[in-house]
Design a protein around this ligand. Structure first.
Ligand code: NDP
Length: 383
């Protein structure tokens, strides 16, 4: 049984804290050897007290490091993040930074021969082809942490893409699953942040409400499992117990189920290909009593259609969708735009972009930058 020496990029966030719980739960299998925080340095201090041997990195240049933590911080800024991602002795890097800030460290970790566990779906949406190609070239593993992709990974167990008819991602439907379309224009930040089944960071919670989270996951699945977009489907499952399914060419469907707790997929990414006991709450089927499934409301929630279009047209378009969405979500959280304007911003920016086919990293970063500027322009202009 191998003990994984794990670096957590984004340790102070929701995923990072779940990863700390997993390390505490299975200490024979997981040791945290590095952690980064951006602005929540009080949390980084707490984590450092629990895992005193872990190297620390702080990334936000504008956030003062508390005096008691300062001498312990050996890595700083973007460069520090790369140092942490390539830390000698670490063998798995968990990318849990919200947004695209984890892309360069992820590529650096791969180049240094380390396996990566990816929670930050944005980096696979933006540069899935580059990340998967680099991992193939270096012979390292990309382990999915997103619960849906972790579920598919478990159902596939190394099966060939040619044996798969459909990957079926489940979506909770978010807090507005049943809200009449005309009321979507009036939803507040607080309502959008009240996710019915998952407790997560702010960005992904808003993405769950717009269904962009599921859209990003469709593109993420396309790259992780090497299937074209036409074979990636979404079904709404409000209980969030079935985390996703694979339909094989012979018509059999395999699903993975558990309570909605990110400790499950994080642990599987760490102990893969083995399974080990833990203290997580098992399912009680009698208590669950029912599992519901329904079609998504494509017309009222345009995110899925936009993501399918971006994934099918490919090139730099997924990076543009992702960047425009990040800007629009931030503007909604700041109270600058109404909820439906998140979709409008993404559609506006995507449809004015001329995608570059087979893009290199520079093309992707340029498209990301231009899309952010275009989205900022759109959200700042009164409609
Ligand atoms: P949080 O907002 O809770 O945490 C984000 C982490 O990233 C924090 O550690 C934060 O530091 C750090 N961070 C923020 N901005 C930067 C930056 N510019 N540079 C470096 N570090 C930064 O997010 P979540 O944990 O919810 O999500 C993390 C990623 O995992 C996202 O991509 C999300 O889509 C994905 N994910 C999350 C799930 C969940 O259940 N939460 C489920 C599946 C995927 P600090 O807090 O110190 O400022």
């Amino acid at each position: 049984m191998k003990k994984r020496r794990v670096v957590i990029l984004g340790a102070t966030g929701s995923i990072g804290q779940s990863a700390a719980k997993v390390a505490h739960d299975i200490p024979d299998r997981m040791e945290i050897v590095g952690m980064s925080g951006n602005r929540n340095l009080a949390k980084l201090g707490e984590l450092s007290a629990r895992f005193p041997h872990a190297a620390l990195c702080t990334t936000c240049p504008r956030t003062a490091v508390p005096a008691d933590l300062d001498p312990l911080v050996r890595h700083r800024g973007e460069e520090g993040l790369i140092e942490l991602a390539t830390l000698p002795g670490a063998d798995l890097v968990l990318i849990a930074i919200v947004g695209t800030g984890g892309l360069k460290p992820a590529l650096a970790a791969i180049e240094a021969g380390k396996d990566i566990a990816v929670a930050s779906k944005e980096i696979l949406v933006m540069a899935g082809e580059a990340v998967m190609e680099a991992a193939r070239r270096k012979g390292v593993k990309v382990l999915p942490v997103d619960s849906e992709h972790n579920a598919i990974f478990q159902c596939l167990e190394g099966r060939e893409s040619s044996e798969v008819r459909r990957l079926i991602l489940t979506a909770s439907g978010g807090p507005f699953r049943k809200l009449p379309a005309e009321q979507l224009a009036h939803v507040t930040r607080e309502q959008a942040l009240r996710h019915p089944t998952w407790n997560m960071g702010e960005k992904i919670t808003i993405d769950s409400a717009t269904l962009f989270n599921k859209g990003l996951e469709m593109i993420e699945a396309r790259w992780l499992f090497d299937v074209e977009m036409g074979r990636v489907d979404v079904v709404v499952h409000p209980q969030s117990i079935v985390h996703s399914m694979v339909e094989f060419v012979d018509g059999s469907v395999l699903a993975q189920l558990s309570h909605s707790d990110m400790c499950f997929p994080i642990q599987y990414a760490v102990t893969w290909p083995e399974r080990v006991p833990n203290s997580l709450r098992p399912l009680d089927f009698a208590e669950l009593s029912r599992l519901d499934f329904e079609a998504p409301r494509h017309a009222d929630f345009p995110a899925l259609g936009l993501a399918r279009e971006a994934g099918e047209r490919g090139g730099t378009l997924p990076a543009v969708l992702n960047a425009a969405n990040e800007v629009a979500v931030a503007a909604f959280l700041e109270g600058r735009i109404p909820f439906p304007c998140i979709w409008e911003t993404v559609a506006h920016v995507m449809h004015r972009h001329a995608p570059v086919a087979e893009p290199g990293l520079d093309d992707i970063l340029r498209a990301d930058c231009e899309a952010r500027a275009a989205a900022e322009g759109f959200v700042s202009t009164p409609q």
